[in-house]
Design a protein around this ligand. Structure first.
Ligand SMILES: Cc1cc2nc3c(=O)[nH]c(=O)nc-3n(C[C@H](O)[C@H](O)[C@H](O)COP(=O)(O)OP(=O)(O)OC[C@H]3O[C@@H](n4cnc5c(N)ncnc54)[C@H](O)[C@@H]3O)c2cc1C
Length: 421
């Protein structure tokens, strides 16, 4: 029976740990933070799970917040410009967002109740050499900052050296939910996007606002402005930028009740989208496999990182269950099996942070008049491999639109003016 060590107790590490325990395999999770520390800490992200991830949770018996009750069913789109576009896309099965400070500790409890071992302590790269003698395989699921020297960046899949968006994510009171309950994806051409998510947190059903600001644009200020230094100025600035750039969300806000749900419920920063090597050979001849953000960091513009991490964890868990050996061939098979989804998520996210190419603008315009196309695009948030097959080239997008009888929209003469930078 192989003994597995997992470094990192985020969604990747916990989904894998729970899956391995379901197969009665011995597994140890190593994390620099205890579940209680995570629960009491700062907002880590504003994460929506889509249907395939929710199905994995059901199958693991950790669907503690069923999507039928806690989830949402659609995306509302707003694309600003001289003639704004508005349309809605429906999911075939709901998505759902639960604050990870509630979600991950609950999963960590379930993992330990099912016999999984959890050790708390910060590990350095040298520690992996020691752990490699203790476990038949090390899975590195330690997120985007750690152990990067072990898994070199894959240049061909990592087009950016700098963040393409600056992030300001917060949980707020005072925003009435969209009707029907759903995520709003609002684009302010040249300045960035807003992802507004109905989310369950320690404060109950609240609203996550994730500003994805183009560096140097009018929304960029939100990523630097200190809420602690001057809460009133911070909130005034957020409201002002919402009114100018994201009017559909602004229209649902009660300015008198608009406030953060707590002083720790704000996250400002950025990520550099990066794909890293799938595996590394350790000095004792055993292997370390990168999973989740340790393998692929994507900008959260289309909410793919955690869903991709869960998919990747699942592929690894099933491969361990079915595998004959945990050698290099095993690592290569894992890489192959997860590539479609994981690289699809990375390529799609990378496309969305670029100045939009013409075929993406055509797709957005066409979806505003074609419900079936909008629904398929929306459902594909759970299937980034399928989404990338539609978006990879103009020819593919045109074929998708033709399949929906939507045809490429005639060129919009204002499109070039709306392209950022
Ligand atoms: C604002 C924002 C919004 C997002 N929205 C979405 C979304 O809607 N949908 C989506 O799918 N994704 C979203 N993401 C991305 C998502 O948060 C990540 O892709 C996902 O959480 C990665 O999970 P992970 O398990 O790989 O890593 P992490 O969650 O980073 O977990 C890493 C674990 O490793 C531990 N660790 C780190 N270093 C060490 C060390 N040296 N020793 C021991 N342990 C260590 C950490 O404590 C943690 O337990 C968003 C991200 C951000 C920033």
């Amino acid at each position: 029976m192989p003994d597995i060590g997992i470094v990192g107790a985020g969604v990747a590490g916990l989904h894998l740990g729970l899956l391995l325990r379901r197969h009665d395999l011995p597994v140890t999770l190593y994390s620099d933070r205890s579940p209680r520390q995570l629960a009491a800490g700062r907002l880590t992200a504003t994460i929506a799970h889509h249907a395939p991830t929710l199905r994995r949770e059901e199958s693991l018996g950790v669907d503690f917040w069923p999507a039928d009750e806690f989830g949402y069913t659609c995306h509302h789109h707003y694309v600003g410009g001289p003639q704004p576009l508005r349309f809605r896309g429906d999911f075939t099965r709901p998505s759902s967002a639960v604050d990870y400070r509630l979600y991950l500790p609950a999963l960590a409890d379930a993992y330990q109740e099912r016999g999984g071992e959890l050790r708390v302590g910060r590990l350095a790269a040298d520690d992996l050499t020691v752990l490699a003698d203790r476990h038949d395989l090390l899975v590195v699921a330690a997120g985007r900052g750690a152990f990067t020297s072990l898994f070199p960046r894959r240049e061909a899949d990592s087009p950016y050296r700098e963040p393409q968006r600056r992030l300001c994510a917060g949980l707020y009171h005072g925003v009435a939910p969209a009707e029907p309950k759903g995520v709003t994806l609002s684009i302010s051409p040249g300045h960035g996007e807003l992802v507004e998510i109905p989310i369950l947190s320690h404060a109950g059903h609240v609203t996550a606002l994730l500003f994805e600001s183009v560096p140097g644009g009018d929304l960029d200020v939100l990523s630097d402005l200190s809420h602690d230094a001057d809460p009133a100025l911070f909130l005034r600035t957020v409201l002002d930028r919402l009114a100018t750039h994201h009017p559909d969300v602004f229209a649902r806000i009660d300015p008198a009740g608009f406030r953060l749900t707590g002083p720790l419920d704000l996250l400002q920063g950025s990520v550099v989208p990066t794909v890293r090597a799938d595996h590394a050979r350790l000095p004792n001849g055993r292997y370390a496999l990168a999973v989740g953000d340790a393998h692929t960091v994507v900008d959260p513009i289309v909410g793919q990182g955690a869903n991709s991490a869960s998919h990747s964890a699942w592929v690894v868990g099933e491969a361990i269950r079915d595998g004959l050996a945990l050698d290099e061939l095993f690592c290569r098979e894992v890489a192959q099996r997860r590539a479609d989804v994981v690289l699809g998520a990375a390529r799609w996210s990378n496309l969305m942070v670029q100045p939009p190419p013409e075929h993406l603008l055509q797709l957005l315009a066409a979806m505003a008049g074609n419900q079936a196309a909008a629904d398929e695009f929306t459902d594909n948030f759970g299937h980034p491999d399928r989404q990338w097959r539609i978006l990879a080239t103009p020819e593919r997008t045109h074929a998708f639109l033709a399949r929906h009888d939507a045809g490429p929209a005639p060129r919009d003469p204002d499109a070039a003016a709306r392209e950022p930078r």
